[in-house]
Ligand binder design. Structure first.
Ligand SMILES: Cc1ncc(C[n+]2csc(CCOP(=O)(O)OP(=O)(O)O)c2C)c(N)n1
Length: 565
């Protein structure tokens, strides 16, 4: 087959199960853009900002469990995309970023948007840091033949892969004779002898003693197995914010969400129960917003860590942790098999019930604004329990309220960025969540975040079922309240109040203004049933403070350490 490199690459992407591409075009990627547009298997979403494209590709990849493409032109296209790409890498998405270099070395002509190999090289660091896991430069025809092998190997990784493919505009158009005929096959994992021994040990422990599972996003594929084992052995389960829904949060064995917004007391009681003998951590790096670092106090119990790249996480776990470098599903299957014949005695540990009363009305009618807890009740009732939507929550006060008060029964419905926490992630990434149109995606977004960056217009262009629920408090409230909680003097955090209903309408979405629970219920039901882009402007009570305690404490300790130096 004789076609140009751009088309050959797109054919390879199709073979790798890519179904969607998100980004912004430009002269240096014109042949790739055209080839993506002509593809019958890949749907192309032309976005309003390259980071919006990268956030959307990341969300599409994670929720659809396939690789996705992000594309951008050289120069500013690349630098604009970086925030979204870094988030994708930290979240374990599979994103293939396609862009251009203008020349290998500086041309000396100061040409427009000049981008050289040197500019790109620093974006991928050997220790696994940086923006990419791998960079592939295609400057001449022969460079292409490496792409397929590298891509197939990278996409086979289970813990995510963000690769940057940079082609000169010239090479994209060069004709090659090439067949992509190898079928992409995912590797199957087997447990090594060491892991097998540990699975027997943990199975015995689950049967004879009391253990708690602590599930992170990396355990999302093992939801059914985890549930089966936890229920069979009466073991409690905690999840990180990104792991919400992997174990049904309404189940009596669920002991709460750790990290930002967590119910500190419930988590403490669970992890320090005198009858507890082990904590089994799965698929989380237990970073600050996932754990508030409470794992550091687990001196008295055994601790196991199960997941890929366990060595990388070692530094964030108690020193006596047993590290089991394994695929979680495979490992839990082995535990389950070890337990098959055993009789399990009843547990002495009691379940803890949820504190938030969703039927109560928290808003004060006289104030003519809605209490954030009432927003949570309506989202729970309508978006989660009634319509099973994707619910994404933005950095800011939004993700503190939602971590604590929303309850999910299914994995991969709640989306949140606790590793990078970039404002704008979901104001943009909602497009990636809604792109398949299989279910409605709702973003709970601060006014500061939607003003920073959003992809409402892209959703309108493609008629996506995406709803921006704006928590309008006329300010950067997390910053304002954070200053106050730390006892610092107040600084300016105000944002002139915006009419986001009008803002949405001006872009082509449906707009709603809501000031109480009833109006929010009606607007949300209407917007979900309409299956079209909508912006709901919720005037919220800015004086209500979300459960920020742990975050403030970590901040305070950090400051004390710095002051002591
Ligand atoms: C890109 C980026 N810039 C800055 C921050 C720091 N930051 C975290 S929350 C926040 C305020 C968010 O304001 P808003 O979106 O209005 O939400 P609110 O806290 O008021 O609910 C800021 C500035 C960030 N997380 N990401």
């Amino acid at each position: 087959m004789s076609v140009n490199i751009a088309k050959t690459l797109v054919k390879l992407l199709e073979d790798c199960e890519v179904k969607a591409a998100f980004g912004v075009s430009g002269g240096f990627i014109a042949p790739i853009w055209q080839a993506l547009t002509e593809s019958e298997k890949i749907k192309i979403f032309h976005c309003r900002h390259e980071s919006g494209g990268a956030f959307s590709a990341s969300e599409f990849s994670l929720c659809q469990q396939v690789p996705a493409v992000a594309f951008a032109t050289a120069g500013p296209g690349i630098s604009n995309a970086l925030t979204g790409l870094r988030a994708a890498k930290l979240d374990g998405a599979k994103v293939i970023f396609i862009s251009s270099i203008t020349s290998v070395t500086p041309s000396g002509k100061w040409s427009l948007q000049e981008t050289t190999v040197q500019d790109i090289d620093g974006l991928c660091l050997p220790d696994g840091h940086g923006y990419f896991d791998e960079i592939i430069i295609i400057n001449q025809k022969d460079d292409y033949f490496d792409v397929e092998k590298k891509l197939r190997k990278g996409l086979n990784k289970k813990d995510g892969y963000v690769v940057g493919i940079f082609l000169t505009a010239k090479v994209q158009q060069e004709i090659i004779n090439y067949e992509n005929d190898e079928v992409l096959s995912l590797s199957h994992d087997d447990l090594d002898e060491n892991a097998k021994r540990h699975s027997q040990e943990i199975a015995d422990l689950l049967v004879n003693e009391n253990a708690v599972f602590w599930a992170g996003f990396g355990a999302r594929h093992a939801s059914a197995l985890l549930t089966q084992i936890a229920v069979k052995t009466n073991s409690r389960v905690i999840s990180t914010p990104r792991g919400k829904g992997i174990f049904n949060e309404k189940h009596s064995l669920y002991a709460g969400t750790s990290g930002l917004g967590s119910d500190t007391e419930s988590i403490y009681k669970t992890l320090h129960c005198p009858l507890l003998s082990a904590v089994i951590i799965m698929g989380s790096r237990l970073g600050e917003l996932s754990s508030s670092y409470v794992q550091n106090n687990l001196e008295k119990v055994k601790v196991y860590y199960i997941g890929l790249n366990a060595q990388e996480i070692k530094g964030n776990l108690p020193p006596h942790t047993v590290l089991i470098d394994s695929d979680i599903e495979t490992f839990l299957t082995s535990i389950d098999a070890c337990m098959a014949e055993k009789v399990i005695p009843p547990s002495h540990i009691k379940a803890i019930s949820a504190p938030h009363d969703s039927h109560k009305c928290y808003s004060d009618a006289a104030k003519d604004v809605i209490h954030p807890l009432d927003v949570m009740s309506v989202v729970q009732e309508i978006a989660i329990d009634m319509f099973d939507c994707y619910v994404a929550s933005e950095a800011g006060n939004s993700f503190v309220w939602t971590n604590r008060y929303l309850k999910f029964s299914n994995p991969l419905r709640y989306r949140i960025s606790t590793a990078y926490g970039a404002m704008g992630h979901y104001a943009c990434g909602l497009v990636g969540l809604a792109a398949s149109k299989e279910r409605c995606a709702i973003g709970i977004i601060g006014d500061g975040s939607i003003l920073m960056s959003n992809e409402v217009s892209t959703a309108v262009r493609f008629g996506l079922p995406a709803i921006w629920l704006v928590m309008n408090d006329a300010g950067y409230n997390m910053c304002r309240q954070g200053q106050e909680l730390l006892g610092y003097p107040p600084l300016d955090c105000s944002i002139p109040q915006v009419d986001f209903a009008l803002f949405g309408q001006s872009i082509g979405a449906t707009g709603y203004n809501v000031r109480n629970k009833k109006e929010l219920r009606e607007a949300l039901i209407h917007a979900i049933e309409e299956k079209k882009p909508a912006v709901i402007n919720a005037f919220i009570d800015k004086y209500e403070i979300p459960p920020l305690g742990d975050r403030v404490e970590t901040f305070r300790k950090l400051k004390e350490e710095l002051d002591a130096k």
